[in-house]
Design a protein. Structure first.
Length: 438
């Protein structure tokens, strides 16, 4: 008789639950990463390094189990070593192949939570697709650093067994929000959740009632000199690079948006906030979701200059930063996590039905920030360029993803056709690029 294997389970954090529910209604919940190298990696070492990432973070080799109190179940037979593939390509086709690959969904619920592919010619490009159920953008950046460190240690001759043992014996981090509220000095979590007041009338990127059939990723990048010029431009206005991109997004989407009547001058965009800012070490020590949401609102007037919009965005963001950005939404997620999953799911379904009927959803922007302040090194192999991609939205939901590496700023949009037009998305990205480089 076959011996029964032990079932290993881990608790699902409140943000894991929220991302699961959002995956049912708003987006394919995966975050993509593309790293371009100067040379070629050792695939055997990369495979081992990928395996080791799940030693400290077993969530990567688990599946999300939908129950009234959901949880993670670790695989005992399916191992993470099957996630890496290699595809030979020509340099001229690399970008199109990568964008097509990064748009294809992984099984972000049943796992494994990670898939990787090397696109290989004279040099390598490593593409990672990671389920948003187990980590957010900041978590993905931590994962990249962990993977690079493990690869380098293996390259330098440290044995797999030694690294495995050290990681098993090492201090484990946390994945839930409880220490976050303690670090922020909040003792009453429920009172921290404040309903957003005065939201601007709805506007949305144009979409149709057609089905969300084919996932697509669209990408644009600013060269180093263009990014540096933009940084200087925003600094002159005592604003941030994020303020500048957000201002360009406001201005560009306003030219194409569908508006809820009566149309008002006030408009809002939802933005993500990395809540690790409240932790002393700015990390939980484990790969996780720890993001909040804010909705900067500005008054938009026809014909105003970019600098005028930038000043309004800066003022709105400065007002948000004076308080505790993102913590109210984090508290809201704790409230939702206290419900049975079926109750929360029914509430989300009702909201989604209303959004679908109206074909209206607040535009979003997620700025992953700088992928790494220093050159990412896999042993002697340097990463010369890279970017991250946000979840692939179902219309009418729409999101702009932003990331940078070595002063190359990259914009991306993940969406589905035919509900959203490729031409409309291309037009939006081209317009944002014009706003940022003029």
């Amino acid at each position: 008789m076959k011996e029964e294997q032990e079932v290993i389970i881990y608790p699902a954090a409140s943000q894991d639950r929220m991302n699961y529910l959002m995956g049912l209604f708003t987006a394919v919940q995966q975050i993509g990463t593309v790293l371009h190298f100067a040379g070629q990696l050792d695939t055997n070492l990369l495979q081992k390094a990928l395996q080791l990432t799940s030693v400290k973070n077993p969530i990567l080799n688990s599946r999300f189990v939908e129950a009234e109190t959901p949880y993670w179940e670790k695989y005992t037979e399916r191992a993470i070593e099957s996630i890496l593939s290699v595809q030979n390509c020509q340099d001229h086709e690399r970008d199109s192949l990568i964008e097509a690959y990064i748009a294809q969904p992984i099984d972000w619920v049943n796992g494994p939570m990670l898939e990787a592919r090397l696109f290989r010619s004279g040099h390598d490009s490593l593409c990672l697709k990671i389920s948003h159920l187990c980590m957010d953008g900041a978590g993905v950046k931590e994962f990249i650093q962990l993977l690079a460190t493990l690869y380098t240690r293996l390259f330098e001759g440290e044995s797999y067994q030694t690294i495995h043992q050290v990681m098993m014996e090492g201090k484990q981090g946390f994945r839930d929000q409880t220490p976050l509220f303690a670090a922020a000095g909040i003792t009453d979590i429920w009172s921290a959740h404040q309903q957003q007041a005065g939201i601007a009338s709805l506007w949305s990127f144009p979409s149709t009632s057609q089905e969300n059939l084919t996932p697509v990723i669209a990408v644009r990048s600013l060269e180093q000199y263009q990014t540096e010029k933009l940084i200087n431009r925003t600094k002159a206005a005592r604003a941030t690079l994020n303020d500048g991109v957000l201002a360009a997004y406001f201005r560009s989407i306003a030219k194409q948006a569908v508006y809820m009547a009566p149309r008002t001058k006030e408009k809002a965009i939802g933005i993500t906030v990395d809540l690790r800012r409240y932790l002393p070490s700015r990390t939980t020590g484990a790969l996780c979701n720890l993001s909040g949401m804010e909705m900067p609102e500005i008054e938009m007037n026809d014909g105003e200059l970019f600098e005028a919009t930038l000043e309004k965005v800066k003022h709105a963001m400065d007002a948000i930063k004076k308080h505790t950005p993102g913590l109210s939404s984090a508290a809201g997620m704790e409230k939702m996590a206290a419900m049975p999953l079926s109750t929360a799911k029914a509430g989300m379904a009702k909201q989604h039905e209303m959004v679908s009927q109206l074909q209206m959803a607040l535009p979003l922007m997620t700025n992953f920030g700088v992928i790494s302040e220093h050159t990412i090194q896999f042993a002697a192999c340097n990463t010369v360029n890279g970017y991250m991609t946000s979840p692939i939205m179902y219309a009418p939901f729409f999101c702009l993803g932003v990331s940078s590496y070595r002063n190359i700023l990259t914009l991306c949009v993940g969406y589905h056709t035919p509900a959203v037009s490729e031409q409309e998305v291309s037009r939006l990205l081209d317009d944002i690029m014009m706003e940022l480089t003029t």
